[in-house]
Design a protein around this ligand. Structure first.
Ligand code: NAD
Ligand code: UFG
Length: 343
């Protein structure tokens, strides 16, 4: 299978490309490297044991996109996994137009060029954020999607709607909307992992940077939620499990599923304080933390009903919280500055 992976140099994309390469899929990455580096692609090749065909292209660049499809016309793409997008919640509040333009216009460009070249199998990186404040737990695909609390979340919900409408109008298309819960962890080798720009917004990279001494102390945002220990509860999923979820989803195209929605989560909720404790045990260091006020827009608890993925994709997460912590720590220890400035 020849797979085009947009955003393939990024955190989830790089792990997915390793899994694709190691099962001998042909992999083409398209990425503008705005939040990633060439070094990640070199390491993907090292771990996957194969070559990646890389195009430094922005999905906003229509001609650049067409060139990628044109250059691959003799071995056309069987499917596109579309990870490319901006994902920083706080930045999206400050720069909403940047987010709407990059994520939505970029996706429309991609889909138009796919149609132009007759490539009609698409996997889109959606998010549990589309469920907003969930009406019930665990969250199944039938739960209503609702008001998002930030422009980033709206881009995911709007793109889901756009792709659903597009597939309805063109039934020959297959669109898989995969809703990720909270990806953490890194490849077992410690060679690839999450490399956020600046001070991390997300819990795991913040904890790893406290552990390595780059940051002083974690703020735990709220200890008065209606959860077992008062801190927020999330469905943390190992990024390698998530990558394998994409590999499993690719097989779904053979059933011509039309427009298909599926959660990718573990089904288990762990609290922020559970994570701090487990990480501390995994790295053998105390993680300094203080209790801080709730963060605006956060919900108390969020975890998946992962049953549909198990039944229909034959996929379920294998790694536990301890694995996630050990692997994140290995990546951080071996790469204290992330990928650094090798480019
Ligand atoms: P990431 O930032 O590491 O990867 C995204 C990649 O897309 C980067 O390599 C970046 O350079 C590239 N990119 C961004 N805009 C682009 C553009 N205009 N043209 C070409 N390339 C562009 O993020 P990630 O964590 O790997 O997330 C991948 C996808 O999954 C994103 O769409 C994200 O919104 C979604 N997602 C992530 C999470 C999470 O917590 N990490 C949760 C749910 C959904
Ligand atoms: N948290 C802290 N301190 C921090 C960072 C986070 O206490 O420094 C807490 C949050 O309050 C929350 C939990 O850790 O309770 C998880 O927060 P993250 O920022 O790591 O993740 P979110 O659940 O807020 O959101 C993430 C992604 C979204 C995605 C969502 C669901 O950032 O893009 O998971 O997939 F939509």
């Amino acid at each position: 299978m020849h797979v085009l992976v947009t955003g393939g140099a990024g955190y989830i994309g790089s792990h997915t490309c390793v899994e694709l390469l190691s099962r001998s899929d042909r992999v083409t990455i398209l990425d503008n490297l705005s939040n990633s580096s060439l070094e990640a692609i070199r390491r993907v090749e090292e771990l996957g044991g194969g070559r990646v065909n890389f195009h430094k292209v922005d999905i906003l660049d229509r001609t650049g996109l067409e060139d990628v499809f044109e250059q691959n016309i003799d071995t056309p793409f069987d499917a596109v996994i579309h990870f490319a997008g901006k994902k920083a919640v706080g930045e999206s509040v400050e720069k909403p137009l940047l987010y709407y333009h990059n994520n939505i216009t970029g996706t429309i460009n991609l889909v138009e060029v796919m149609e132009q070249y007759g490539v009609r199998n698409l996997i889109f990186s959606s998010s549990a954020t589309v469920y907003g404040e969930p009406a019930s737990l665990p969250i199944s695909e039938e739960c209503s999607t609702s008001a998002c609390t930030n422009p980033y979340g709206w881009t995911k919900l709007m793109i889901e709607q756009i792709l659903t409408d597009m597939q309805f109008a063109r039934p020959e298309w297959n669109v898989l909307l995969l809703r990720y819960f909270n990806p953490v962890g890194a490849h077992k080798s410690g060679r690839i992992g999450e490399d956020p720009n600046g001070i991390p917004n997300n819990l795991m990279p913040y904890i790893t940077q406290v552990a390595i001494g780059r940051l002083k102390q974690l703020s735990v945002f709220g200890d008065d939620y209606d959860t077992p220990d008062g801190s927020g509860v999330r469905d943390f999923i190992h990024v390698v499990d998530l990558a394998l979820g994409h590999v499993a989803a690719l097989k779904k195209f053979t059933d011509n599923p039309g427009c298909y929605v599926c959660n990718l989560g573990t089904g288990k909720g762990y609290s922020v304080l559970d994570m701090v404790k487990t990480f501390s045990e995994a790295c053998g260091r105390e993680i300094s933390y203080k209790i801080a006020p709730r963060r605006a827009g956060d919900i108390a608890s969020c975890y998946a009903d992962p049953g549909k993925a198990a039944r229909e994709l034959g996929w379920q997460a294998q790694y536990n919280l301890r694995d996630m912590c050990e692997d994140s720590w290995r990546w951080q220890q071996q790469n204290p500055e992330g990928y650094g400035k090798q480019d």
